[in-house]
Design a protein around this ligand. Structure first.
Ligand SMILES: CC(C)(COP(=O)(O)OP(=O)(O)OC[C@H]1O[C@@H](n2cnc3c(N)ncnc32)[C@H](O)[C@@H]1OP(=O)(O)O)[C@@H](O)C(=O)NCCC(=O)NCCS
Length: 215
């Protein structure tokens, strides 16, 4: 029998998570939860939006034991994961079958790994991390809680990406560098030196455009 779970977030990323879940075949999504009350009762890909996250304890009592937070915003993904824990539910992972994960990689919970992702030897992927389509996280990288690595981004070996940071589409980070907590690396950037916490960098080579991220 499939494990019945709920998906938190019925937006674009929620659809992606649902799609990966179908490809995996292990979970039966019973519904979405979403903050937008105007959407409650609607169907997304045939699955109902049941209500808001305040339904979690009731769903738990009804026997739904698992959940995943499918929200693109890093802070919201982390804070909703906390609500799932408080409701006594298990945070699950969705990992697309086409992703290639080293057997030595360590993967947290509430992790979404999209199609075509590669995770290298001894990489550490924290809780509530989103590795988006076709991204590469090479050997011994450390990806802390709530990070989003966007489609096509490449992290060379031994890169550390700290809590809540966002590496945008197609960006590249050179070996052994650190992207600080809450930092943003813009689409297509090539990062050649450490990025301090909460900074936004763009371009080739990456240059600082903002102190304090906008994500
Ligand atoms: C980095 C980013 C977040 C900055 O967004 P923003 O704060 O709205 O920045 P602005 O659009 O105000 O641009 C500020 C300056 O940086 C430049 N800039 C912004 N993003 C850039 C990028 N990716 N590469 C090069 N330059 C960029 C702008 O041209 C502008 O330059 P100017 O001041 O000389 O005119 C955004 O541009 C970006 O790259 N987003 C990634 C989206 C993505 O990958 N989403 C994933 C979805 S799954």
């Amino acid at each position: 029998m499939l494990d019945t779970v709920v998906i938190i977030g019925a937006g674009g990323h929620g659809r992606v998570v649902l799609d990966i879940m179908s490809a995996v075949g292990r979970y039966q999504p019973t519904g979405f939860l979403d903050a937008d009350i105007t959407r409650h009762g609607q169907l997304v890909c045939g699955i109902p939006i049941l209500g808001s996250v305040n339904l979690l304890p009731r769903l738990r009592r009804q026997g739904i034991l698992g959940a995943i937070v499918a929200i693109g915003d890093n802070r919201s993904r982390m804070s909703c994961a906390q609500l799932v824990r408080q409701a006594g539910m298990e945070l699950i992972n969705v990992i697309h079958p086409s992703a290639v994960l080293s057997a030595t990689a360590k993967i947290g919970v509430n992790v979404c790994i999209a199609p075509g992702v590669i995770v290298g030897t001894d990489a550490v992927i924290g809780d509530s991390v989103l590795l988006n389509t076709g991204s590469i996280v090479d050997h011994e990288c450390v990806i802390q809680e709530g990070v989003h690595i966007a489609p096509g981004a490449i992290l060379a070996g031994r890169v550390t990406v700290e809590t809540g940071a966002f590496v945008a589409m197609g960006a590249k980070v050179l070996p052994c560098l650190k992207v600080g907590a809450g930092a943003v690396v813009g689409a297509g950037a090539v990062v050649r030196e450490d990025v301090a916490a909460e900074m936004t960098v763009v371009g080739v080579p990456a240059r600082l455009i903002r102190r304090g991220s906008s994500s």
